[in-house]
Design a protein around this ligand. Sequence first.
Ligand SMILES: C[S@@+](CC[C@H](N)C(=O)[O-])C[C@H]1O[C@@H](n2cnc3c(N)ncnc32)[C@H](O)[C@@H]1O
Length: 266
Amino acid sequence: MDRFQMGESVMLTSQKGKKWLVRIDDTPFSCHLGAIHMKDVLGREEGEHLETHKGAKLFLFRPSLEDYIFTMVRKTQIIYPKDLGAIVFHGDIRHDDLIIESGIGSGALSMALLRALGENGTLISVEKRPEFALQASENIAKFFGRAPSNHQVIVADIQDFSLNALADRVFLDLPEPWHAIGPVAGLLRQGGLLLSLSPNIGQVQLVYRELKAHGFAAMNTFELMKRDWMVDERRARPKDRMIAHTGFITVAKKTPFPMASGDPEE
Ligand SMILES: C[S@@+](CC[C@H](N)C(=O)[O-])C[C@H]1O[C@@H](n2cnc3c(N)ncnc32)[C@H](O)[C@@H]1O
């Protein structure tokens, strides 16, 4: 197992799960549970702990992708972990897929897609705002330790984007995704999947109209609610607060034919 090194980030985690993402250097760290010196983390392994001067244990973990996306610089709304998990699974990503995503935002979805893809696939992220493309690229490089060689970030409006290969998957997280359906339909191979996330159901209805007009079938829309529980010896019940709504996820499959009006399934 790799031991912690100078300059790395460590997720200090209390017994009850409170977390602090801290850089390992020659400085002290303190919180309500007491103080430790960060250089004492050097050379230790994940899962070990340090004791604060008040006797509390702080466990040493490397940040997970979930930890990272909530601590990275975010200049846009991001896709939440519960939805990222579903998007990656329902997107049915294979290791050699060519994927187009738009927009990149802060890079949360890009990181989840790159992890699922592995090194043989390619992710192309199309983002119209250069400052978001730059910030997301920095976030992604920091997480992976370098800019992944199978990731291209292109500053463009997705409606004007063209490619001389057909993608296997398209992921949209846009304020007006319905305007992008026609343009990306021509970039997606027959049988390929398109996934779109939108917070409002009115946006989803407009997306459906365009999906039907551009040769998509087998549309499915769902949302996920994740309710965390508090569990100890005295009680086991849902926590009082939850993120009740994030967005609706729509999945559709590309066919060569637009849905005819008067189709018996209509
Ligand atoms: C909600 S953010 C995406 C967040 C991202 N999925 C994440 O998890 O970090 C939406 C992004 O779409 C970009 N965008 C909006 N319209 C666009 C368009 N027509 N073409 C390309 N990018 C666009 C915005 O600039 C913004 O960065």
